[in-house]
Design a protein around this ligand. Structure first.
Ligand code: NAD
Length: 349
């Protein structure tokens, strides 16, 4: 049963951790080491069941392999999940236990922040292992979110060039869902470039800030998906686009920082059928992991990192060219593009 799951996702290894003292139950999936030692965040989530946690870590770790491959990184993909309610379970002791678990993996997996794991949490874990990234210090990059946002904006420009014939967002209306660490900075880039912003966040203070500082129009969270706009930019949680909703979208481009935007492949098909260009999440939101990889090598430098973020424009452009050549929608082309990079690396080992 377990090996069936590994085969289904092409996953190399799964590691489980049970720490009686702190209640830590965690899973690390090492999806692929073909391109190098692996990197991927760790999330803390109250999964309904162990099966759901396993499904999430398998899916997300494969996504990391693809993300690292299309970004030209010499790192494989992995992911960690900690099962449970962070509000009840997250203690310094538990974070240290997770740090020791990662340390036992001996450097094949470097991890950092993700949902419900903050930079401060990662700093605690880093007391017991050197295989943590996304923290401050010499040669380190700190919070990767501003880099992610810059890369998302550059990828959106490449999408705009393809769809509207120009990199510029001047006069374009962009609907932004989620104004957290990534979404708010994406809005700042868009505002500077002359876009009209429609925004939404379940945290009303974030939306009000965008209204005051960036002149954004605020709508309810239930309205943002169907707002009248040129571009829809998802920057909140995943699984926001399902096939049934696609005919109601008013945009012609979907591009944002959120992971796993499509509920499943049928949403990708529906977008393609509706003539809406979707820039695959892991191609456009790779800025964070690029920053993390520079940090792992202790060569993080703001200028170099920003140059790499700007390179996401070309990564998106190359993918769109490949998609056209293969006559595939971008969401399918991305997986094929990434898998080919991994397969080529495997056969040249
Ligand atoms: P964040 O928690 O700082 O921000 C998310 C924001 O979305 C919050 O302000 C939250 O209130 C809002 N939100 C949640 N549900 C919403 C809804 N239904 N409607 C509107 N707003 C909603 O997270 P972040 O770091 O900005 O990450 C945003 C997305 O980007 C996530 O999907 C994350 O996985 C992805 N991502 C982030 C990074 C990074 O470097 N931070 C890197 C790659 C991908």
């Amino acid at each position: 049963m377990m090996f069936e799951k590994l085969k289904e996702y092409g996953t190399e290894e799964i590691h489980f951790c049970n720490d009686e003292e702190t209640g830590l139950n965690a899973i690390v999936a090492i999806h692929s080491t073909v391109l190098g030692p692996t990197v991927g965040g760790t999330r803390f989530f109250p999964y309904e069941s162990e099966e759901k946690a396993l499904f999430d870590v398998l899916r997300l770790s494969r996504g990391m392999t693809y993300k690292n491959a299309v970004s030209g990184l010499k790192y494989g993909g992995a992911k960690g999940v900690i099962i449970g309610d962070p509000a009840k379970l997250k203690t310094e002791k538990l974070l240290l236990a997770y740090g020791r678990f990662v340390d036992h993996l001996g450097g094949i997996f470097t991890t950092g922040e993700d949902i419900n794991i903050s930079v401060a949490d990662v700093e605690i874990m880093s007391r017991v292992t050197k295989h943590m990234a996304g923290i401050g210090g010499t040669g380190r990059g700190g919070d990767p979110s501003p880099y992610t946002a810059r890369g998302v904006f550059r990828g959106m420009q490449a999408g705009a060039r393809e769809k509207f014939g120009s990199d510029s967002f001047k006069g374009k209306t962009v609907a932004v869902q989620g104004l957290g660490k990534v979404g708010y900075d994406v809005c700042k880039w868009l505002h500077e470039d002359g876009a009209n912003l429609i925004v939404s966040d379940i945290n009303k203070a974030n939306a009000e800030r965008a209204k005051t500082e960036l002149g954004a129009t605020v709508v309810e969270p239930s309205e943002i998906l169907f707002a009248e706009c040129d571009v829809f930019s998802p920057n909140a949680m995943g699984a926001v686009l399902k096939a049934d909703d696609i005919p109601k979208l008013k945009c012609s481009l979907v591009a944002g920082g959120a992971n796993n935007v499509l509920v499943d492949g049928t949403a990708g098909e529906a977008l393609d059928k509706a003539g809406i260009l979707y820039i695959p999440d892991y191609v456009i939101n790779a800025g964070g992991v690029i920053s993390i990889c520079l940090e792992i090598e202790r060569v993080h430098d703001e200028n170099i990192c920003n140059q790499k973020m700007d390179g996401i424009y070309d990564n998106v452009k190359n993918l769109l060219d490949f998609a056209k050549k293969e006559n595939l929608p971008a969401y399918l082309a991305a997986d094929r593009f990434a898998q080919k990079i991994v397969d080529d690396a495997r056969s040249s080992r």
